[in-house]
Design a protein around this ligand. Sequence first.
Ligand SMILES: C[S@@+](CC[C@H](N)C(=O)[O-])C[C@H]1O[C@@H](n2cnc3c(N)ncnc32)[C@H](O)[C@@H]1O
Length: 245
Amino acid sequence: MTEITEDWAAAFTLPEPGNMMENHANREQVFIRQGTRMAATIRTCIETYTGRPITDQRILDFGCGVGRVAMPLYHYFRKPDVCVDVDAAAIRYLRPQIPDAACRVTRFDPPLPFRDRAFDAVFSVSIWTHLNADSAEAWLAEIRRILKPGGYAFLTTSSYTMLQIRRSNMVTAALGWAEVSDEMLRETGFVFIETPSTRGTGTYGLASHDPAYIRREWSRHMEVVDILPGAILGGQDMNVLRKGD
Ligand SMILES: C[S@@+](CC[C@H](N)C(=O)[O-])C[C@H]1O[C@@H](n2cnc3c(N)ncnc32)[C@H](O)[C@@H]1O
């Protein structure tokens, strides 16, 4: 079985610092390490739940950013087939890095420019962690639309581990996360706080999900097969969803 190691990084021009989502001195190392670990998790999830090799499936990375997960998967498996993001600069960077994949700039709101039942699997790392309730709902319906019957979605969310981090981080605490207790998240199931840069749009910010809320609410769209706490770098939960036959 092909093992995903950090070797992939040598085959790519890594993104400019400002595009890497990190700006500390060892950002390249962190980007490579995180990409490697996340790609391995996504690959294991896809193969375990679908029961088929990743190479046999048509796969979408929804909200690919600068390809932290897409580049390692591409290096070893020539996957994903399609990467989309609203960030045109990120897509401009990523396109020549993974030339056999289709990289597209898409709109903040559905629909995606794909036909119904176009994909066997969709993965999305750290997107629902930023969407408000209406967007989250609209995108769940859209992901369901583009999945084949029996297809899987692997979508990450933040719950209690990240909530603790947001309460203790100065920047996020000041945005309002300091007042969000575990009890509050347990009671409401979902908390969203807009980020200042998008204030007024009400659409982009930070979201926290209680796993019980996901099982209850997301199952209106697809079967919630599993929730893997902390599966993404110990911080975000992996929600495994299956579209019915
Ligand atoms: C935290 S980054 C994660 C990027 C990538 N998945 C990773 O793990 O490295 C969130 C990404 O979601 C993208 N995004 C946010 N809303 C989106 C939407 N409605 N459709 C597509 N991409 C979106 C942002 O532009 C950004 O690149």
